[in-house]
Design a protein around this ligand. Structure first.
Ligand code: ADP
Length: 478
């Protein structure tokens, strides 16, 4: 079976969040099941650096305002199709925004081009390789099902995966004529959404199947509270909506081999986590003592509940615990957390920025990872936490609810508890969860049993990749 994955990020080439991890790991897991997956990605400068002197395998004289070429590239076991369109992607800054954080004004064109190129490949533009199915990820790829439905590849089935419904790709109606879609695409059954063009809306409307990244989130987005305006559409298509929890790359995230750790370890040698803890204390200039270290590795945003965390820092310190934060995002939250670190020198450390290596060290050294999200489609940091014995403390929502087993008495007694869940997201609610965690931590036997159970959790792609595979099989008849 041949599958074309359409994505705006892919680990290890370009990443701003969990989408990259999934887009990078799922093709590898599916490869082991006989799926030949190629991923089409934009040729951002970091990606083009890898292309080197390769020859293009296809070209477009004019793709949304300039010439474009497609390069085929093997990288980290991935089979990539890189869309080189300098007028759209050759610029400094991030994949979606300039260095000051302002969205690129032509994002609609940049990602329409990606979708258009993907649909052309599905229609057979690439000599010798035509996919049986197209898998589009998030709004940046979500016009692909529209280009399929209204173009020559209408028969090719598609899967639309929502990694986060909060990002929808909403643009004014005036762009519609420039998308070169059939006129009848301008309808509520097509790309039209509240008088504008909705990229994610189009993908959800026109894909053969919809998936989201956890069963609980698949249910939650059917409600007005979580549906972000798309709950009506999702309910109308509920028979084709599937919730499939993400896995993680078990080689990349393996405490037994991780070169980013000061000391490797496994569930039988938990004491070997100590040097990681020490290295982390040094890096964050923390006092060294026996109190638990809570960590946060996150985008610093409202979705992630970081405003509540910032407001709870004094209470966390008062409880005797220490806290380290690695993250970037809202300027105001960055400032608040840096302020908290300055106020509580030695008890709180904050590093603002994105540091993949440090994120591994923290998971290998901290005692618990706090993830107080308001909503969380799947979440990956709790999965890394489980794998590294860094106990997740999470809100009971989305994928967090699906992947962490709360340490209630029954679960603790049965030896299956892997974390702490809480429902009330405000300062008292979060502090209550912190205090619960501290009581569990104080009981060394219970705590190490939890760490062992966490490290035994199946967070691999195995089962989930099999679910994607069976979804693909149903849609392609293969
Ligand atoms: P989201 O995609 O919503 O940001 P996820 O939990 O699904 O959240 O994925 C976040 C990914 O980004 C994880 O791999 C996490 O380790 C990583 N990450 C987030 N912030 C940072 C940071 N400041 N430095 C390093 N890695 C980070």
């Amino acid at each position: 079976m041949r599958v074309l994955s359409v994505t705006s990020e892919i680990h290890p080439l370009i990443k701003t969040g969990g989408l990259a991890d999934v887009a990078g790991a799922l093709p590898l897991a599916l490869g082991g099941m006989g799926v030949e997956c190629r991923s089409i990605i934009p040729g951002y400068p970091l990606v083009m650096d890898k292309v080197g002197k390769a020859k293009p395998v296809e070209s477009w004289p004019d793709l949304f305002g300039g010439a474009a070429r497609l390069f085929s590239l093997q990288q980290s076991g991935l089979d990539l199709l890189v869309l080189d369109a300098p007028h759209l992607y050759a610029r400094k800054g991030g994949p979606y925004a300039d260095s000051s954080g302002k969205d690129w004004p032509d994002n609609w064109r940049r990602f329409a081009a990606l979708a258009r190129a993907a649909a052309d490949v599905a229609a057979g533009k690439l000599a010798g390789w035509k996919p049986d199915l197209v898998h589009a990820h998030d709004w940046q790829a979500a016009l692909t099902p529209a280009y399929l439905a209204y173009g020559p590849a209408a028969g090719v089935p598609s899967v639309m995966t929502v990694h986060n419904l909060a990002f929808q790709g909403q643009f004014p109606a005036s762009i519609f004529p420039e998308l070169s879609l059939a006129e009848n695409a301008w309808s509520v059954d097509g790309v039209e959404y509240y008088g504008g063009v909705g990229y994610l809306k189009a993908g959800l409307q026109l894909a053969s199947a919809i998936t989201t990244v956890s069963p609980t989130y698949a249910q939650e987005i059917r409600s007005a509270e979580f549906g972000m305006g798309l709950d009506g559409l999702i309910n109308a298509r509920s028979v084709v909506v599937h919730g499939i929890v993400n896995g993680i790359d078990m080689d990349e995230w393996n405490p037994e081999t991780d070169s980013r750790l000061a000391q490797i370890y496994n569930a039988r040698k938990l004491a070997a986590r100590k040097p990681n803890r020490k290295a982390m204390e040094t890096r964050f200039q923390l006092e060294s003592d026996a109190s638990p270290i809570f960590c946060v590795i996150s985008r610093l945003t409202w979705q992630k509940g970081m405003d509540v965390l910032a407001a709870a820092v004094d209470g966390i310190v008062a409880s005797g615990a220490r806290l380290v934060v690695l993250g970037s995002g809202d300027n105001a939250l960055e400032g608040e957390l840096l302020g908290a670190a300055a106020r509580h020198r030695g008890r709180v450390g904050a590093i603002i920025g994105y540091d993949e290596g440090l994120s591994h060290l923290i998971q290998g050294g901290a005692d618990a990872i706090v993830i107080p999200s308001r909503f969380e489609p799947c979440g990956l940091t709790q999965l890394y936490g489980l794998r590294y014995g860094c106990i997740p403390v999470v809100t009971r929502t989305g994928g967090l609810a699906d992947t962490v087993i709360d340490a209630n008495d029954a679960a603790v007694n049965a030896g299956v508890a892997t974390g702490i869940q809480f429902s009330r997201l405000d300062v008292p609610g979060l502090l209550n969860a912190i205090h619960r965690t501290q009581s569990l931590f104080a009981d060394r036997k219970t705590w190490s049993a939890m760490q062992k159970a966490a490290m035994k959790s199946d967070v691999s792609w195995g089962r989930s990749a099999a679910r994607y595979h069976s979804l693909y099989s149903g849609l392609t008849g293969q």
